[in-house]
Design a protein around this ligand. Structure first.
Ligand code: NAG
Ligand code: NAG
Ligand code: NAG
Length: 311
Protein backbone atom coordinates (compact mmCIF):
# COMPACT_ATOMS: atom_id res chain seq x y z
CA UNK A 1 0.00 0.00 0.00
CA UNK A 2 2.72 2.46 0.94
CA UNK A 3 4.42 1.73 -2.34
CA UNK A 4 1.32 2.79 -4.31
CA UNK A 5 1.09 5.94 -2.25
CA UNK A 6 4.73 6.58 -2.72
CA UNK A 7 4.40 6.22 -6.51
CA UNK A 8 1.34 8.46 -6.56
CA UNK A 9 3.18 11.15 -4.68
CA UNK A 10 6.15 10.72 -6.96
CA UNK A 11 4.08 11.08 -10.15
CA UNK A 12 2.24 14.08 -8.70
CA UNK A 13 5.57 15.64 -7.89
CA UNK A 14 6.74 14.95 -11.42
CA UNK A 15 3.64 16.55 -12.96
CA UNK A 16 3.95 19.61 -10.79
CA UNK A 17 7.59 20.01 -11.69
CA UNK A 18 6.72 19.83 -15.43
CA UNK A 19 4.05 22.45 -15.08
CA UNK A 20 6.45 24.53 -13.07
CA UNK A 21 9.13 24.19 -15.71
CA UNK A 22 6.76 25.33 -18.48
CA UNK A 23 5.67 28.24 -16.33
CA UNK A 24 9.27 29.12 -15.59
CA UNK A 25 10.19 28.96 -19.30
CA UNK A 26 7.29 31.17 -20.28
CA UNK A 27 8.16 33.78 -17.67
CA UNK A 28 11.88 33.87 -18.28
CA UNK A 29 11.76 32.84 -21.91
CA UNK A 30 15.05 31.19 -21.35
CA UNK A 31 14.39 27.57 -22.30
CA UNK A 32 15.00 27.83 -26.01
CA UNK A 33 14.89 24.17 -26.96
CA UNK A 34 18.28 23.18 -28.33
CA UNK A 35 18.88 26.54 -29.90
CA UNK A 36 22.63 27.02 -30.18
CA UNK A 37 23.24 29.82 -32.63
CA UNK A 38 26.74 30.30 -33.93
CA UNK A 39 26.70 33.45 -36.00
CA UNK A 40 30.42 33.45 -36.59
CA UNK A 41 30.32 29.98 -38.14
CA UNK A 42 27.28 30.92 -40.18
CA UNK A 43 29.07 33.95 -41.63
CA UNK A 44 32.18 31.95 -42.34
CA UNK A 45 30.18 29.26 -44.12
CA UNK A 46 28.21 31.83 -46.12
CA UNK A 47 31.27 33.73 -47.31
CA UNK A 48 33.38 30.67 -47.98
CA UNK A 49 30.93 28.22 -49.55
CA UNK A 50 28.30 30.28 -51.38
CA UNK A 51 29.52 31.57 -54.73
CA UNK A 52 28.57 34.77 -56.51
CA UNK A 53 25.90 35.90 -54.04
CA UNK A 54 27.15 39.07 -52.36
CA UNK A 55 23.59 40.25 -51.64
CA UNK A 56 22.43 37.00 -50.02
CA UNK A 57 25.65 36.72 -48.01
CA UNK A 58 25.38 40.25 -46.63
CA UNK A 59 21.65 40.26 -45.99
CA UNK A 60 21.42 36.85 -44.35
CA UNK A 61 24.36 37.38 -42.02
CA UNK A 62 23.24 40.91 -41.10
CA UNK A 63 19.57 40.16 -40.58
CA UNK A 64 20.11 36.93 -38.67
CA UNK A 65 22.79 38.56 -36.51
CA UNK A 66 20.61 41.54 -35.72
CA UNK A 67 17.58 39.36 -35.01
CA UNK A 68 19.41 37.10 -32.57
CA UNK A 69 21.06 39.98 -30.73
CA UNK A 70 17.62 41.21 -29.73
CA UNK A 71 16.48 39.22 -26.71
CA UNK A 72 12.82 40.12 -27.25
CA UNK A 73 12.22 40.89 -30.92
CA UNK A 74 8.92 42.64 -31.70
CA UNK A 75 8.31 40.42 -34.73
CA UNK A 76 9.73 37.23 -36.19
CA UNK A 77 12.45 37.20 -38.84
CA UNK A 78 10.90 36.58 -42.26
CA UNK A 79 13.25 36.13 -45.21
CA UNK A 80 12.13 35.32 -48.74
CA UNK A 81 14.77 33.84 -51.09
CA UNK A 82 14.38 34.36 -54.85
CA UNK A 83 16.32 33.37 -57.92
CA UNK A 84 16.80 30.72 -60.58
CA UNK A 85 17.44 27.11 -59.66
CA UNK A 86 20.98 26.17 -58.72
CA UNK A 87 21.89 29.61 -57.37
CA UNK A 88 22.20 28.53 -53.71
CA UNK A 89 18.83 29.23 -52.06
CA UNK A 90 18.46 25.79 -50.53
CA UNK A 91 22.13 25.71 -49.61
CA UNK A 92 21.82 28.95 -47.63
CA UNK A 93 18.64 27.80 -45.88
CA UNK A 94 20.32 24.60 -44.73
CA UNK A 95 23.38 26.55 -43.56
CA UNK A 96 21.03 28.61 -41.41
CA UNK A 97 19.45 25.54 -39.85
CA UNK A 98 22.90 24.04 -39.42
CA UNK A 99 24.41 26.94 -37.49
CA UNK A 100 21.33 27.69 -35.39
CA UNK A 101 20.58 24.08 -34.47
CA UNK A 102 23.66 21.85 -34.77
CA UNK A 103 21.70 19.04 -36.43
CA UNK A 104 20.53 20.92 -39.52
CA UNK A 105 17.36 19.72 -41.20
CA UNK A 106 17.09 16.80 -38.81
CA UNK A 107 16.39 19.01 -35.82
CA UNK A 108 12.86 18.62 -34.44
CA UNK A 109 12.67 22.43 -34.37
CA UNK A 110 13.40 22.98 -38.06
CA UNK A 111 10.24 22.42 -40.08
CA UNK A 112 10.28 22.17 -43.82
CA UNK A 113 7.19 22.37 -45.99
CA UNK A 114 7.14 21.35 -49.63
CA UNK A 115 3.87 22.17 -51.45
CA UNK A 116 3.92 19.19 -53.78
CA UNK A 117 4.28 16.97 -50.72
CA UNK A 118 2.29 18.73 -47.99
CA UNK A 119 -0.28 20.68 -50.02
CA UNK A 120 -0.68 18.89 -53.37
CA UNK A 121 -4.34 19.54 -54.22
CA UNK A 122 -5.20 23.22 -54.90
CA UNK A 123 -8.90 22.59 -54.22
CA UNK A 124 -8.15 21.71 -50.60
CA UNK A 125 -6.77 25.09 -49.56
CA UNK A 126 -9.25 25.40 -46.67
CA UNK A 127 -8.18 22.10 -45.15
CA UNK A 128 -4.49 22.89 -45.64
CA UNK A 129 -4.94 26.26 -43.99
CA UNK A 130 -6.33 24.62 -40.86
CA UNK A 131 -3.50 22.09 -40.85
CA UNK A 132 -0.74 24.60 -41.43
CA UNK A 133 -2.04 26.93 -38.75
CA UNK A 134 -2.32 24.20 -36.15
CA UNK A 135 1.13 22.82 -37.01
CA UNK A 136 2.82 26.18 -36.73
CA UNK A 137 0.97 27.01 -33.53
CA UNK A 138 1.79 23.59 -32.06
CA UNK A 139 5.42 23.81 -33.10
CA UNK A 140 5.77 27.29 -31.62
CA UNK A 141 4.25 26.16 -28.35
CA UNK A 142 6.89 23.47 -28.15
CA UNK A 143 9.70 25.76 -29.17
CA UNK A 144 9.53 29.52 -29.62
CA UNK A 145 12.76 29.43 -31.61
CA UNK A 146 11.33 27.17 -34.32
CA UNK A 147 12.49 27.64 -37.90
CA UNK A 148 9.95 27.19 -40.71
CA UNK A 149 11.20 26.70 -44.25
CA UNK A 150 8.73 26.85 -47.13
CA UNK A 151 10.31 25.47 -50.27
CA UNK A 152 8.99 25.87 -53.84
CA UNK A 153 6.66 28.73 -52.93
CA UNK A 154 5.82 29.07 -56.63
CA UNK A 155 3.91 25.78 -56.31
CA UNK A 156 2.00 26.85 -53.21
CA UNK A 157 -1.78 27.07 -53.82
CA UNK A 158 -2.70 30.80 -53.91
CA UNK A 159 -4.08 32.07 -50.60
CA UNK A 160 -2.73 29.28 -48.41
CA UNK A 161 0.20 31.18 -46.95
CA UNK A 162 -2.02 34.04 -45.70
CA UNK A 163 -3.05 31.82 -42.82
CA UNK A 164 0.35 32.69 -41.33
CA UNK A 165 -0.38 36.42 -41.27
CA UNK A 166 -1.08 36.63 -37.51
CA UNK A 167 2.19 34.83 -36.75
CA UNK A 168 4.41 37.04 -38.89
CA UNK A 169 3.58 40.51 -37.67
CA UNK A 170 3.92 42.49 -34.47
CA UNK A 171 0.18 42.17 -33.82
CA UNK A 172 -1.15 41.61 -30.34
CA UNK A 173 -2.76 38.26 -30.96
CA UNK A 174 -1.71 36.28 -27.94
CA UNK A 175 -0.83 32.64 -28.26
CA UNK A 176 0.51 30.68 -25.34
CA UNK A 177 3.98 31.36 -26.51
CA UNK A 178 6.36 33.99 -27.75
CA UNK A 179 5.81 33.52 -31.46
CA UNK A 180 8.00 36.51 -32.27
CA UNK A 181 11.21 34.56 -31.84
CA UNK A 182 10.55 32.28 -34.81
CA UNK A 183 12.35 32.40 -38.15
CA UNK A 184 10.50 31.91 -41.45
CA UNK A 185 12.26 31.27 -44.75
CA UNK A 186 10.38 31.26 -48.04
CA UNK A 187 12.13 29.90 -51.11
CA UNK A 188 11.03 30.30 -54.72
CA UNK A 189 12.04 30.89 -58.29
CA UNK A 190 9.37 33.61 -58.52
CA UNK A 191 11.01 36.93 -59.31
CA UNK A 192 13.86 35.29 -61.24
CA UNK A 193 13.06 37.30 -64.39
CA UNK A 194 13.52 40.57 -62.49
CA UNK A 195 16.76 39.43 -60.90
CA UNK A 196 18.22 37.92 -64.07
CA UNK A 197 17.36 41.03 -66.05
CA UNK A 198 19.17 43.25 -63.56
CA UNK A 199 22.19 40.94 -63.62
CA UNK A 200 22.23 40.95 -67.42
CA UNK A 201 22.02 44.74 -67.68
CA UNK A 202 24.79 45.07 -65.11
CA UNK A 203 26.96 42.69 -67.10
CA UNK A 204 26.24 44.29 -70.46
CA UNK A 205 27.15 47.67 -69.03
CA UNK A 206 30.50 46.16 -68.03
CA UNK A 207 29.98 46.87 -64.35
CA UNK A 208 31.03 44.78 -61.35
CA UNK A 209 28.52 42.24 -60.16
CA UNK A 210 28.96 43.65 -56.64
CA UNK A 211 27.51 46.95 -57.83
CA UNK A 212 24.05 45.39 -57.98
CA UNK A 213 22.31 46.80 -54.93
CA UNK A 214 19.48 45.32 -52.94
CA UNK A 215 17.48 48.54 -53.22
CA UNK A 216 17.43 48.15 -57.03
CA UNK A 217 15.62 44.81 -56.76
CA UNK A 218 13.60 44.73 -53.57
CA UNK A 219 10.52 46.63 -54.81
CA UNK A 220 10.39 44.85 -58.18
CA UNK A 221 10.54 41.40 -56.60
CA UNK A 222 7.82 42.34 -54.15
CA UNK A 223 5.56 43.60 -56.93
CA UNK A 224 6.09 40.53 -59.07
CA UNK A 225 5.16 38.27 -56.19
CA UNK A 226 2.04 40.24 -55.45
CA UNK A 227 0.84 40.35 -59.06
CA UNK A 228 1.72 36.85 -60.19
CA UNK A 229 -0.67 34.01 -59.37
CA UNK A 230 2.10 31.42 -59.39
CA UNK A 231 4.33 33.06 -56.79
CA UNK A 232 2.62 31.75 -53.66
CA UNK A 233 2.09 35.39 -52.62
CA UNK A 234 -0.58 36.38 -55.16
CA UNK A 235 -2.45 39.38 -53.67
CA UNK A 236 -1.20 38.26 -50.28
CA UNK A 237 -1.89 40.22 -47.11
CA UNK A 238 1.59 39.24 -46.01
CA UNK A 239 2.92 41.52 -48.76
CA UNK A 240 0.29 44.22 -48.23
CA UNK A 241 1.24 44.48 -44.57
CA UNK A 242 4.99 44.39 -45.23
CA UNK A 243 5.49 41.32 -43.07
CA UNK A 244 8.50 40.07 -45.01
CA UNK A 245 11.66 41.44 -43.39
CA UNK A 246 13.64 41.18 -46.61
CA UNK A 247 13.42 39.76 -50.13
CA UNK A 248 16.77 38.18 -50.82
CA UNK A 249 17.86 38.02 -54.47
CA UNK A 250 20.08 35.19 -55.69
CA UNK A 251 21.89 36.24 -58.86
CA UNK A 252 22.46 33.96 -61.86
CA UNK A 253 25.89 32.31 -61.82
CA UNK A 254 28.57 32.79 -64.43
CA UNK A 255 31.04 30.16 -65.56
CA UNK A 256 33.66 31.09 -63.00
CA UNK A 257 31.17 30.53 -60.16
CA UNK A 258 30.08 27.18 -61.57
CA UNK A 259 33.72 26.15 -61.75
CA UNK A 260 34.19 27.07 -58.10
CA UNK A 261 31.25 24.77 -57.28
CA UNK A 262 32.91 21.98 -59.27
CA UNK A 263 36.25 22.55 -57.60
CA UNK A 264 34.76 22.50 -54.13
CA UNK A 265 32.80 19.30 -54.83
CA UNK A 266 35.89 17.64 -56.24
CA UNK A 267 37.87 18.56 -53.13
CA UNK A 268 35.19 17.01 -50.94
CA UNK A 269 35.70 13.82 -52.93
CA UNK A 270 39.47 14.04 -52.47
CA UNK A 271 40.18 15.06 -56.07
CA UNK A 272 41.22 18.68 -55.57
CA UNK A 273 43.83 18.53 -58.32
CA UNK A 274 41.55 17.64 -61.23
CA UNK A 275 41.45 20.98 -63.00
CA UNK A 276 40.69 19.07 -66.22
CA UNK A 277 37.33 18.05 -64.72
CA UNK A 278 36.66 21.63 -63.56
CA UNK A 279 37.31 22.84 -67.11
CA UNK A 280 35.21 20.06 -68.69
CA UNK A 281 32.17 20.57 -66.47
CA UNK A 282 32.36 24.37 -66.83
CA UNK A 283 32.44 23.98 -70.60
CA UNK A 284 29.55 21.53 -70.58
CA UNK A 285 26.94 23.87 -69.06
CA UNK A 286 24.44 25.86 -71.07
CA UNK A 287 24.94 29.61 -70.83
CA UNK A 288 22.49 32.36 -71.68
CA UNK A 289 21.72 34.60 -73.40
CA UNK A 290 22.99 33.24 -76.74
CA UNK A 291 24.61 36.60 -77.30
CA UNK A 292 27.28 36.77 -74.63
CA UNK A 293 26.80 33.42 -72.86
CA UNK A 294 27.03 35.11 -69.49
CA UNK A 295 25.04 32.96 -67.07
CA UNK A 296 24.61 29.24 -66.46
CA UNK A 297 20.93 28.35 -66.96
CA UNK A 298 21.08 25.69 -64.23
CA UNK A 299 23.53 27.37 -61.88
CA UNK A 300 25.41 24.78 -59.88
CA UNK A 301 22.51 22.35 -59.91
CA UNK A 302 23.75 19.72 -62.35
CA UNK A 303 27.32 19.81 -61.05
CA UNK A 304 27.48 16.50 -59.11
CA UNK A 305 26.05 14.50 -62.02
CA UNK A 306 28.44 16.11 -64.49
CA UNK A 307 31.42 15.50 -62.22
CA UNK A 308 30.57 11.80 -62.16
CA UNK A 309 30.43 11.86 -65.93
CA UNK A 310 33.81 13.53 -66.46
CA UNK A 311 35.76 12.11 -63.52
C1 NAG B 1 4.91 20.51 -36.06
O1 NAG B 1 4.91 20.53 -37.46
C2 NAG B 1 4.89 19.27 -38.07
C3 NAG B 1 4.99 19.49 -39.56
O2 NAG B 1 6.29 19.96 -39.86
C4 NAG B 1 3.66 18.50 -37.70
O3 NAG B 1 3.69 17.22 -38.30
C5 NAG B 1 3.59 18.38 -36.18
O4 NAG B 1 2.39 17.77 -35.80
C6 NAG B 1 3.69 19.76 -35.54
N1 NAG B 1 3.78 19.62 -34.09
C7 NAG B 1 2.80 20.04 -33.29
C8 NAG B 1 3.03 19.86 -31.83
O5 NAG B 1 1.80 20.57 -33.73
C1 NAG C 1 4.09 34.62 -63.56
O1 NAG C 1 5.34 33.98 -63.30
C2 NAG C 1 5.63 32.92 -64.20
C3 NAG C 1 6.88 32.24 -63.70
O2 NAG C 1 7.83 33.14 -63.31
C4 NAG C 1 5.77 33.50 -65.61
O3 NAG C 1 6.05 32.47 -66.51
C5 NAG C 1 4.46 34.20 -65.97
O4 NAG C 1 4.60 34.82 -67.23
C6 NAG C 1 4.05 35.22 -64.94
N1 NAG C 1 2.73 35.71 -65.21
C7 NAG C 1 2.44 37.00 -65.31
C8 NAG C 1 1.00 37.34 -65.55
O5 NAG C 1 3.27 37.88 -65.16
C1 NAG D 1 -3.14 33.09 -63.53
O1 NAG D 1 -3.13 34.24 -64.35
C2 NAG D 1 -3.16 33.94 -65.73
C3 NAG D 1 -2.98 35.23 -66.52
O2 NAG D 1 -3.09 36.37 -65.72
C4 NAG D 1 -4.47 33.21 -66.07
O3 NAG D 1 -4.51 32.89 -67.42
C5 NAG D 1 -4.55 31.93 -65.23
O4 NAG D 1 -5.78 31.28 -65.42
C6 NAG D 1 -4.37 32.23 -63.74
N1 NAG D 1 -4.24 30.98 -63.03
C7 NAG D 1 -4.87 30.75 -61.87
C8 NAG D 1 -4.59 29.43 -61.22
O5 NAG D 1 -5.63 31.55 -61.35
Amino acid sequence: MWLVKFLLVLSLFYQVSCVFEKFYCNILQSCDCEFRPNIRDLEWDLYKNVYGQHLAQDIVSEEVGRFLENKSPDRPLVLSFHGSSGTGKTLVSSMLANHLYGSAMNSPYVHQFIPTLHFPVPQQVKKYQEELKSWVQGNLTECARSIFIFDEMEKMPPGLIDVLEPFLGPSHVVFRTNYRKAIYIFISTAGEEVINKAALENRQAGRDREEIKLADLQKDIEQTLYNNNTSGFFQSRIIQQNLVTCFVPFLPLSRRHVERCVHSQLCQQGSCGRSDVVEAVGGNMIYSPIQGQYFSTTGCKAVPAKINFFL
